[in-house]
Design a binder for this molecule. Sequence first.
Ligand code: ADP
Length: 891
Amino acid sequence: MVRKNPAETPLMRQFLEVKADYPDAIVFFRMGDFYEMFFDDALVAGRALDLTITSRDKGRDDAIPMAGVPHHAARGYLMRLTDLGHKVVVVEQMEDPRQARGLVKREVVQIITPGVVIDDDALEPKRARYLAAVVCGEGGSRKPGAGAGSGLGFGLAHLDASTGELRATWVANVEELARELSRIAPRELLAAEADLAPDGELGELGRRLAGCVFTRAAPAARAEADELLSGLAVDAPVVQESGPAERELAERAAATCVAYARATQPAGVLPLARLQLYGIRDAVVLDETAIVNLELTETLLPGTGGPGGRRSGSLLGVLDQTVTAPGGRLLRRWLLYPLVDVAPIRRRQDAVEFFVERQGVRERVRRQLDEIHDLERLAGRASLGAASPRDLGQLRASLARLPHLAAEIRAGAAPGFEPPDLLRIGGELLDQLAELHGELAAALVDEPPPIATAGGIVRDGFCPVVDENRRLADGGRDAILAIEARERERSGIGSLKVKYNRVFGYYIEVTRSQLARVPADYVRKQTIATGERFVTPELAELEAKILAAQETLIGREAELFRGLVAQVARRTGALLAAAAQVATVDVCAALADLAHRSDYVRPAVDDSEVLEIAEGRHPVVERAVGAGEFVPNDCRADPAGRQVLLLTGPNMAGKSTYMRQVAHIAILAQIGSFVPARAARIGMVDRIFTRVGAADNLARGESTFMVEMRETAAILAGATRRSLVVLDEVGRGTSTFDGLSIAWAVAEYLHDVIGCRTLFATHYHELCALAESRPRVVNLQAAAREVGGRIAFLRLIIPGGASRSYGIEVARLAGLPPAVLARSRDVLAALENGHHPGDGDGPQLSLFTAPPPAASPAPEPLAERLRAIDPNTMTPLEALALLAELRELAR
Ligand code: ADP
């Protein structure tokens, strides 16, 4: 038999028509219980998902490759594809194939892209999923090396389609763009084709944004943007650092996101209520490396020193005691955008303090919060037309909690006083939502089902049509029971049963032994092994009534449900506003809970340049080492006096921990949180830069030293007098003399030119000499003591520079063989006396003999230690520790 070309069938033509509209996407084509993929889609998805590739026309040369996934398991496959960066178009059958004449009608119902996911199961509860868009301004920024002010820069927007969160900003150059994108961590970035080319404006970004897919999309033009954004409330940035042209770029970027996300949702409306324009100076500038190195949201990945570790063990992991998903998402945002203005920080502190001081209120509020579902995403799904009856049930339950939540907070305030600003849950908003709650409560059954197409959604007494048909359907079923009883009696067949199946509807079943008694008016329909099945006109008539009633019932219920969803969607704005208030309450109560349980204090925040911490602790390490084991340390830094804190001391003594804890405390203070310390005062920090640890970025294939120097260069270029700079072991990646010279020059530059608060850890104790020529350099050391040739860490940061690095003792702890240790002691002694280990005139050093006595007598340690003391800068705690140390030395 000659068959025609497989691609010429009506079905394939239908498929190819869809495919033509979405050449860059994988098309999930619904066929009965499967989604099928064809041609290259089948090959690509087959490889990615490990599916068997088959064909409808086996054995032909032009057979079409095909792969399928069962529809009930499709979601998992879909998510794996989008995680790999694919875009998937879902095509559904729009009519029942059994009733369709000819080809089943099919339509695109949803497009899922890495950046636009609305399916709740596929989203992380406490993390937004962002689509971002960049729009390049005309002008000078296209020239390589062009910096701020040379052109119009870029508009940058991000959107979470599941909640309608939409924000946009403007950045001056590619550096700022990359930095802001690393903070947003979008899953998909829209940009113009030309800009994404390898030599284009954004070509360089590709290497730097992990886990982000780049999608070509024409930026929205100005008129188009106005239209796309019309009706949205627009929040203006706090810090106005740009003019109308820059604002237009930001808005066009926002509109680009909206246009793209809208096109993926042909069946619903994006839950958009407002566009938040923000200035990147509204928040502390966090360098890409600071987010990673300070382990703000995830730990460093062991072995690579890069991002990608776990959330637990990060600062967010400790901080996040929120009970709602929107609260979790908000806290993440607070953490990544610490504030630079004192007033809003104090407002947050007031709210946190309110809950710290009222444990009972806090606990009751948190119990209410626990009953509130993800209002943002519920509102989002209603707006997108994707809400289920169960979703509306959750919404109803959540709305019922809001008045209680508001009442608990009000009850916590003293009579006549209002609770802090941030904790007010709006009166008018509550009224609007009470109305919605009333509508849902009146209409929905107590436990609504997960799907909308099988009835059982609407409460009795709500709709006469529903009641009537429900009664008819139920009554019909009762009538059938009555018929069964009557027929048993009439025929005398005690085992007679009325049953139902999909093929015959209602029928009477009689077992073989009783067949002789069957009344004459029964119509035989089927013979089965154990007996026979009959129908009667009466049953058929009843059945028709029941089915008709049921059909009307389900249809009416579905219609009423759609009406309810529309009622919810109409309140999207109010719901999102209430969700934001609830999230704020959750975050403040969570921060208070942490502060209370972990003994944090409210820091003073002001516009000074001082950073002062008494008995500070590292929020994460303190948990790891256990209660009471962590040794607190003070810190005082300010550009006027103690500007560069030069920290020396052996490895493992606690230098990195100390520096990170200072940075963490500054960040916590500026997000409005309490801080792990006895007391603290933080003068606003505008940017935080870090170069921490020997993080060799082998994953990126760059040499350690190159990365280190690039990061250092970025710090020197970007830091201002208000910044906080944390440098660990600069210069380690190269030879000793190079490294020392670079570290020296960097420290001088920070002191002489930038003047910012700086923590500078180094193993070059030669650097301590800097304090003699530079007035604002202060030497500190992580104290260690040697007892019987062994090293003990005190975890105390004390004044003065370390005289030696104890590297060999640490090497011993690490298990280096004794012979190697002995030899390194020899070499060290020789070097310290100005000899080269190979010099003929130095002491004769040989590898496997006992070390010779040192050439000059070792300095008296007690006297040396005493000379290093600066009593003016010591805290009582340090003095005590010093006493202990001196006593140890004297033994
Ligand atoms: P360094 O940077 O000097 O090499 P780290 O800061 O990495 O040292 O500290 C090494 C380990 O010492 C940490 O992992 C931590 O467990 C412990 N540690 C550091 N500081 C303290 C402290 N203040 N109290 C208790 N343990 C600490």
